[in-house]
Design a protein around this ligand. Structure first.
Ligand code: SF4
Length: 243
């Protein structure tokens, strides 16, 4: 059974949510430049890129290639770069930092402590993200309130970090359910990561992502050996929370 068969169930107010999302993206593109979409190529992100392309918005996309992505994700990245109207930029970690870290701590360091896992995330994700966002006035993410307790208050437009970064974050799918996301994918035959068909709801680096069982929490497949509270990679964590 595919992820579409399992999950595609539109909310009663799906059309209103879609209109809200389109309005947020149009406003973001009209009022903020330069702007970019951060895509992990997960289900939410392929939906957003699809809407950007349908509306012909001037919003380039970027993907962080950590060097640890599944083959399926790499293949989707290649297909997306070939088919997207919006340019898709790829940011990679500084090779020297990766080589030094792996030489010093080993390839499986992320399993030994939260500190080492965060150090790996910093080299492979956070630093490349900083480069991707440098000089941008706004960025767009696929965060949804339903994804976890930590994301329960995600707003459509998050200006909490503007004073510090000069950048606003838009979360145009904040109000969507997982069923809405898959309904859109089904409706528009959006290309998606086949790992979703193997019970991976949330897809990250290969060593840090696993399939989940029915009834498990949405993010149970990410960093499953850690406590729930530690499970953000730094990409969406406020600075005070990282200290
Ligand atoms: S998710 Fe895992 S492999 Fe990827 S950067 Fe973080 S610790 Fe490293």
């Amino acid at each position: 059974m595919s992820a579409i068969d399992l999950h595609a169930r539109a909310s009663k107010d799906f059309e209103a949510k879609l209109a809200e999302t389109q309005a947020v993206l149009k406003r973001a593109a009209a009022e903020f430049s330069p702007i970019t979409q951060a895509s992990s190529l997960g289900a939410e992100d392929v939906v957003i890129t699809h809407i950007i392309n349908r509306l012909q918005l001037d919003i380039p996309v970027f993907v962080l290639d950590t060097g640890m992505l599944h083959k399926e994700t790499q293949n989707l990245l290649a297909r997306t770069r070939a088919s997207s109207r919006a340019p898709v930029h790829v940011y990679r970690p500084v090779q020297e930092s990766v080589v030094h870290f792996v030489r010093r701590e080993g390839k499986d360091a992320m399993y030994r402590s939260i500190e080492l896992r965060k150090a790996c995330c910093h080299i492979r994700k956070v630093e490349p993200l900083e480069r991707a966002l440098a000089g941008k006035k706004a960025w767009i993410t696929g965060l949804r309130r339903e994804q976890s307790n930590a994301r329960a208050d995600v707003p459509l437009a998050d200006d909490a970090d503007v004073a510090k970064t000069g950048r606003i974050k838009f979360n145009p799918l904040a109000n969507w359910t997982w069923g809405d996301v898959w309904h859109y994918i089904k409706l528009h035959e959006v290309d998606y990561n086949p790992l979703h068909d193997e019970f991976y709801p949330s897809i990250g680096c290969a060593p840090c992502t696993r399939a989940i069982s029915l009834g498990e929490d949405f993010r149970a497949g990410r960093w499953w050996w850690e406590d729930e509270a530690a499970k953000e990679c730094g990409l969406h964590v406020k600075e005070k929370a990282e200290a």
